[in-house]
Design a protein around this ligand. Structure first.
Ligand SMILES: [Zn+2]
Length: 596
């Protein structure tokens, strides 16, 4: 393999709009608002009624869905365009404008879900069993559960109208701070200024000095902004406290559980089982310390590669590996991934102002999804590609659902992505003949799985305590956040790796805890679920393939417990989660054996 100078793909958004100044953007935003006005005129006051009929509600749902489709398009375009250059004022302005239009239309539509919640119980019982409403029953039932936490319509309206000047604004500020931050680093006698993606990539460098310098650079840059991050996070914690109180949610994570259609008890069982298995992490890092030949490991040794001098992997090679691995599972899986490459649905280039990380954005069932990556030619980038394409395929399969059931609930949202990664992992493992190469690959996978399972649960536990502390003790200091962060992250490693004081401010670069509180546990849920599914695939072979596609195609049309139950698993049991942890433990044992 050679260091590639290939041009990385950028996406083609012209299926949505021609560009920032496409006149159709404005037209669609206006049309979205106009339709919302017409919808409100026609249906307001007609839903929350003892005499509402099933055909009437069905007509309203169909119209509601079609007007949301029109609205989502400009918003999706604006946010995709912004993500590849967050410093371009024209893109920032378009994003803001599309959000303002979204809020304006959202304000007009607030009544609808509220009225669904207000349909008298006896009426709802009667009409919800009708044939007309069958396709929307899951949506309606879920809205009725959410409705228990609704405020009055004028109150909800104020919240929708002010959404962009409250938490959402702070969350955007946090993204802007993080994309604008430059990380100063001396390399080869020269001071360089790196982006976050670039500096974080150096934490995987085989040279410990490079990793140490990169970590210190991150620490220094984060420290400079800690006062801002502390203010932003405190304010968001407080906002959530206020809204949870007004909406009568018991615990800070309750609203997330309800959105995820999971009970708090199920999540608690999973979180506790993971914490009980933190010893697996410690066991692995003892091995890693031995393999690296170091006396003591610290936080910047976490991602040190096991085999020195890993070959870079070009994007074209990565594409080949992923398609081959997907094809080995089912030709249909590879066919679904192919247009992402041939039709330019992927943006993998590294650019100034581009947001870090990776994501897949499903727009609406009638439009295809888009994938964003920052491709740095490392083996883990191949996994990221497989991960995001998994999301994309999930979206494509789920597009047979109507929009209101299209998006999978969070805990299921990581199923296809994680499954895609395991397929690529297994494919590569079979190709490697030397035990050294297999060990390196296995260590990669183990560390990735730790990051998805145990690290997310450690973050979830950090969030739980941070929200609780803000509620009971008032505004928290940077040091307090740092202390909580260290406590929960260190718990994973036991004595095997000491994070060190420099790591205390690293809570402030985790985007999820700012933008989507308690999102993180869904990753652990998804990974452990997938480990169970994969074990099932290994037992059943081709019989599993169709069942798996069906699971994905269900999209968000059923609750996770139901979907997983149909595959023969019980998510309320400790054993189910322990089964997933056991697979991880076996991998660590395999690595110990390979290391000799
Ligand atoms: Zn994902």
């Amino acid at each position: 393999m050679i260091q590639s100078t290939e041009t990385l793909p950028t996406w083609d958004l012209s299926d949505l709009y021609a560009g920032v100044y496409d006149p159709r953007l404005d037209a669609d935003m206006q049309a979205g608002k106009g339709q919302a006005e017409a919808f409100a005129r026609r249906f307001k006051g007609t839903i929350a009624s003892a005499t509402v009929t099933a055909p009437h509600l069905r007509t309203a749902l169909d119209e509601y869905e079609s007007l949301l489709r029109i609205q989502y398009r400009p918003q999706a375009f604006a946010s995709l365009l912004f993500s590849t250059n967050t410093q371009d004022p024209a893109r920032g302005a378009l994003l803001q404008k599309s959000r303002e239009f979204g809020s304006a239309a959202g304000t007009l539509l607030v009544f609808f879900d509220l009225e669904i919640g207000q349909i008298p119980a006896s009426t709802y019982e009667r009409i919800s069993q009708s044939q007309e409403l069958a396709p929307y029953r899951h949506y309606l039932d879920h809205q009725r559960k959410l409705a228990a936490h609704n405020l009055s319509e004028p109150e909800e309206k104020i919240l929708v109208e002010t959404a962009n000047v409250r938490g959402q604004a702070l969350s955007r500020l946090s993204t802007e701070i993080s994309t604008r931050t430059r990380y100063r680093l001396e390399r080869g006698g020269q001071m360089q200024e790196l982006t976050q993606s670039q500096v974080l990539a150096l934490l995987h460098d085989p040279d410990r000095e490079v990793r140490r310098a990169a970590a210190e650079s991150v620490t220094a840059a984060l420290k400079q902004n800690t006062y801002l991050a502390t203010f932003i996070y405190n304010t968001l914690l407080h906002e959530k406290d206020v809204l949870d109180r007004l909406r009568r949610y018991e615990a800070p994570a309750s609203s997330r559980h309800l959105d995820n259609e999971l009970s708090g008890e199920v999540v608690e069982v999973m979180s506790q089982v993971c914490a009980d298995n933190f010893g697996i992490v410690a066991e692995y890092y003892q091995l890693k310390r031995r393999l690296l030949g170091l006396d003591e490991l610290t936080h910047y040794d976490r991602y040190a590669p096991i085999a020195a001098g890993e070959e870079p992997i070009s994007f074209a090679q990565a594409q080949g590996m992923v398609l081959e691995a997907f094809g080995g599972f089912s030709p249909r899986l590879a066919q679904m991934a192919e247009p992402f490459f041939s039709k330019r649905w992927i943006d993998a280039a590294l650019g100034e102002g581009k947001r870090g990380g990776a994501f897949c954005a499903g727009v609406t069932p009638d439009l295809h999804p888009y994938v964003l990556l920052n491709y740095t030619s490392q083996p883990r980038d191949v996994m990221t590609l497989a991960h995001e394409l998994g999301h994309g395929i999930h979206d494509i399969l789920a597009s047979r659902n109507h929009l209101l059931d299209y998006y999978p609930v969070l805990p299921m949202a990581e199923t296809a992505s994680t499954f895609g990664e395991i397929l690529v992992f297994d494919h590569l493992k079979k190709r490697f003949s030397s035990s050294q190469d297999r060990l390196a690959l296995l260590c990669h996978k183990i560390e990735d799985t730790f990051a998805t399972v145990f690290r997310q649960i450690a973050m979830y536990r950090f969030e739980q305590e941070a929200h609780q502390a803000r509620r009971t003790q008032g505004e928290l200091s940077s040091d307090r956040f740092g202390g909580l962060w260290q406590k929960h992250m260190q718990a994973m490693f036991g004595e095997a790796l000491k994070l060190g004081d420099g790591h205390a401010c690293w809570w402030s670069y985790i985007p999820h805890i700012v933008s989507t509180p308690f999102y993180v546990y869904a990753y652990a849920f998804g990974e452990l679920l997938v480990l169970a599914l994969y074990a099932c695939y290994q037992r059943e072979g081709q019989d599993f393939v169709e069942k798996y596609f069906e699971l994905l195609a269900a999209g968000g049309s059923r609750a996770p417990g139901e979907l997983v139950g149909a595959m023969g698993f019980d998510i309320t049991s400790r054993d189910f989660w322990q089964g997933g942890c056991d697979v991880i433990r076996q991998r660590v044992e395999e690595a110990v054996k390979l290391a000799g």
